[in-house]
Design a protein around this ligand. Structure first.
Ligand SMILES: [Mn+2]
Length: 441
């Protein structure tokens, strides 16, 4: 769990970057209808959660930095309501929230619209997540308009900043306590992958392995998957975001599982590919080893100062050279990794997605990948996925039939450290021998 003192420090870090005499507002997520009068399980807005740890809908956080640089954190949240709480669950309420969440003050959310007009009056600048929600933009603009209409002694802010450039940079570097939560999310997700490997058998259905995965997540306290789980047998693995998970698993085929849980707001994102019946065929093993070698070569390069594009190039070169050696591609490494006129490089037929993305509260986490249009050097505390893949579709005609219908991805989650990296997901087996051994017994 993340201590309240850390949420306070995060708000202070945002306030430190705000200009004097400014206001920042962040809104909670809203409940989303699933059908008629039932909702999806509530999931908090990631940025709001990062600054508050407050997990209710219908809330807003206002940060104020006065002209003399003194600061306030104000929460607007649902008022206590006996009847509503009997039907729909407990509410913390403003009074308790003020103490529990280290706030300067807290008010019922019904007061937000009128108080916001007063709070904005006289401020120079406003920060919010512009364009994230029409309703939230409307709340901000309506309050600004109301200040303008108050007369000549009122003054409305004239500088509007996107809060993303502050908060998303903060979120990109994970603290020790965030890394501890992410390690736990990774551990649970590794257990789930191991369980699916042990459970796999020809004749089972993809959704049954998905059920193993989700049960393991929930049983260990992670009620949410961080994203829809992919359980793709055979050539379904060549559909990158396959989530139907409805087909029968067949002996002799591989199954690709891309699944990770969300624990206390933080995501894991792991992919493993293994034989349905526990033994790789010769061709499967050759392609699998190639992806594993590409991943290891990329992993070996990670340390502060490395860039994602340089690491990607390392993985691309290993995969491309391997495909040439197996006779799947012809020509030189350079010919196959460079664009040919208007055509993408030849290797892109078989490895068509990126190697890495940020990982954190969002599975595809926030933070700029480039700074001034230049690849950003990695720094300690960044968490990324490393996920090379190789996909040879069933209907591709320029590849020998024995290679077709095989999709492989291997994905781990790593933290960049001062000396290199640590792998959060090494507990999930990924060498051919480790997978075959686990599944044999
Ligand atoms: Mn991923």
């Amino acid at each position: 769990m993340i201590a309240q003192s850390e949420y306070l420090a995060r708000r202070e870090a945002v306030l430190a970057q705000m200009s004097a005499n400014s206001l920042c507002i962040l809104f909670s997520a809203s409940e989303q209808t699933r059908s008629n009068d039932t909702e999806y399980l509530f999931r908090q807005n990631s940025d709001f959660f990062y600054l508050t740890g407050f997990n209710e809908p219908q809330a807003a956080l206002v940060l104020i930095k006065q002209a003399d640089n003194s600061t306030q954190s104000i929460l607007f949240c649902r008022a206590k309501d006996k009847l509503a709480e009997i039907w729909n669950g407990r509410r913390i309420g403003p009074e308790a929230a003020k103490e529990l969440f280290n706030l300067s003050s807290a008010y019922p959310v019904g007061e937000l619209a009128t108080q916001l007009v007063e709070l904005l009056n006289g401020k120079t600048a406003v920060y919010w997540l512009q364009g994230e929600s029409q309703l939230n933009d409307e709340t901000v603009f309506s309050a600004i308009l109301a200040v303008r209409q108050k007369g000549k002694f009122a003054s409305a802010p004239t500088q509007f900043f996107d809060l993303r450039c502050i908060i998303h940079e903060l979120r990109l570097i994970k603290s020790e306590s965030e890394l501890a939560v992410m390690q736990k999310a990774a551990d649970i997700s590794c257990d789930a992958h191991i369980r699916a490997m042990k459970s796999s058998a020809a004749g089972k259905y993809e959704y049954q392995l998905e059920a193993d995965i989700l049960h393991e997540f929930a049983y260990q306290g992670a009620r949410f998957a961080a994203y829809n789980s992919i359980v793709a047998g055979g050539d379904n693995a060549c559909i990158l975001h396959y989530t139907e998970n409805c087909d029968e698993l067949k002996a002799g085929e591989l199954v690709l599982i891309d699944a990770g849980c969300e624990l206390n707001g933080y995501a894991a994102d792991i992919t493993r590919t293994f034989p349905v019946n526990g033994r790789f065929s010769k061709e499967q093993a050759q392609l699998y080893q190639l992806v594993l070698d590409a991943q290891q070569a990329a992993l070996d390069s990670f340390k502060p100062g490395q860039t994602l594009s340089a690491a990607t190039q390392i993985a691309v070169n290993v995969i491309t050279q391997g495909l040439i050696d197996l006779g799947i591609l012809t020509g030189t490494l350079e010919q196959n990794t460079q664009a040919q006129g208007d055509n993408p490089p030849a290797y892109r037929q078989f490895f068509m997605h990126g190697l890495s993305h940020w990982l954190g509260i969002d599975v595809h986490d926030v933070g700029a990948y480039k700074i001034n249009d230049q690849d950003r050097p990695l720094t300690p505390g960044m968490v990324i996925t490393v996920e090379p893949g190789l996909y040879i579709a069933k209907d591709i005609d320029n590849v020998e039939p024995k290679w077709r219908g095989i999709g492989i991805r291997i994905e781990d989650n790593i933290v960049i450290t001062e000396s290199g990296y640590t792998n959060l997901t090494q507990a999930a087996p990924k060498t051919i021998s480790a997978i075959e051994q686990l599944m044999a017994g």
